[in-house]
Design a binder for this molecule. Structure first.
Ligand code: GCO
Ligand code: MG
Length: 411
């Protein structure tokens, strides 16, 4: 079975998505997600200019061989653009293989290891009252695990949250979305000391209101030094977090040793990682508890499965990245992989907006706080080309941070 056509589709229903669509000489099509938030068009160019010409005429059955060919054959390895491009080819080939075998992809990966995937959503609020309302709303939507982000006294915006125009379920906020599409990046402000003083009280209040059972998560979004992260982890111990995410800028792996030695709060890292090499030290030294990578940014199902299999040797579980900047295709790939592996931990799941769900027809289900990819052959997602065509690309950036004295800080 040969690949006869490869098309890169950019659509912006609620936000920008980049999708690769492969077609074979047997008439089977496969989809892959190549969305890299805020830098989408660089992946489009990488795919169109350098990958698509290599795919035409290739054997669509050879997933591992194609992965190695694109990774090693480029000579220049790793990085988010390269790995998102490879990921999209990989997902599309798994989709095709599933359709050819008439099986959902999770069956090809070994079959289901569980009934469904525990998923968490994002509650947030500028005040405790607003935050409680948001938690209640998420509980009503069926979530059984919730991430807690909050406003910090003295800062203008709720940390990590920007208002958007997306057509979304009432009460659900999309964080880290471009506030103004088509404009320049928003500037936000940050003060670590104020944040560190404020957050433990927020978790105390949430625990008092919602009890000890509800799994609670928190994302520090790369903003702390190792000592600040250690202090935060320690101060949150009484509130029994499911995880503390990206407590330090993740590229400095040694930093995690300091954090680890000072706190038993579980740590999750990796949404900006792209290969197993980014994880080598923190997995082998058991410095984290959860692998945060998205299938979309880590070379696809083929490569992320290797990362997670390696992690399983160290009792480290999956916590795949699933914000709305992962398209429904990337989310489906995460669900199939998560259902099949033994060391599944939790899946991030922020509901996509109504327009996005029109463009991408999906087979997944959401019941009692559990996701399931459905049993359609392949990944279970089809792209409605006419709908996609209604929403041309809109330039959009993630925000950035400055401290009170004007210094740029990690966002
Ligand atoms: C998370 C994240 C994201 C990122 C976003 C950047 O879901 O944990 O930190 O929301 O900020 O994916 O594009
Ligand atoms: Mg995060």
């Amino acid at each position: 079975m040969k690949i006869t056509n490869a098309e890169v589709i950019v659509t912006s229903p609620d936000r920008n998505f980049v999708t690769l669509k492969l077609t074979t000489d047997e008439g089977i099509t496969g989809l892959g997600d190549a969305t890299l938030n805020g830098r989408e068009l660089s992946v489009v160019a990488y795919l169109k200019d350098h990958v698509v010409p290599l795919l035409i005429g290739r054997d669509a059955d050879k997933i591992e061989d194609t992965w190695q060919f694109l990774y090693r054959g480029a000579y220049w390895r790793r990085g988010p653009v390269t790995m998102a491009a490879i990921a999209s080819v990989d997902m599309a080939l798994w989709d095709i293989k599933g359709k050819k075998a008439d099986m959902p992809v999770y069956q090809l990966l070994g079959g289901a290891s569980r009934d469904g995937l525990l998923a968490y959503g994002h509650a947030s609020g500028k005040t405790t009252e607003e935050l409680f309302e948001s938690v209640h709303r998420h509980l009503e939507l069926g979530y059984r695990a919730i991430r807690i982000q909050t406003g910090v006294p003295g800062l203008k915006s709720i940390y990590g949250i920007a208002s958007v125009t997306a057509d979304k379920p009432e009460g659900v906020r999309y964080d880290h979305e471009p506030a103004v599409r088509g404009d320049l990046p928003n500037e936000e402000d940050w003060d670590t000391r104020s944040y560190l003083r404020h957050v433990p009280g927020v978790f105390e209040a949430v625990r008092n209101e919602f009890g000890p059972e509800l799994p609670l998560l928190h994302d520090a979004h790369h903003r702390l030094t190792p000592m600040q992260a250690a202090k935060l982890g320690k101060s949150l111990e009484p509130y029994d977090l499911f995880w503390l995410e990206d407590c330090t800028p993740a590229e400095n792996q040694d930093a995690l040793r300091w954090v680890r030695h000072h706190t038993t709060t579980p740590l999750a890292i990796g949404e900006i990682f792209n290969t197993v090499w980014d994880y080598k030290q923190i997995i082998s030294e058991q410095l984290i508890d959860y692998v945060r990578s998205a299938v979309t940014h880590t070379g696809g199902i083929t490569h992320l499965k290797k990362v997670l299999d390696y992690a399983s040797l160290f009792q480290i579980k999956s916590g795949m990245h699933g914000p709305t900047d992962i398209s429904p295709v990337g989310m489906a790939a995460a669900m199939h992989l998560g259902l099949a592996i033994h060391n599944f931990g939790i899946q991030e799941y922020m509901m996509h907006g109504g327009r996005t769900n029109q463009v991408f027809q999906q087979s997944f289900t959401w019941n009692n706080g559990l996701l399931h990819p459905g049993d359609n052959p392949g990944l279970g997602v089809e792209l409605e080309t006419d709908e996609a065509g209604k929403y041309p690309y809109v330039r959009a950036y993630l925000p950035y941070n400055r401290l009170a004295d004007g210094t740029i800080h990690d966002w």
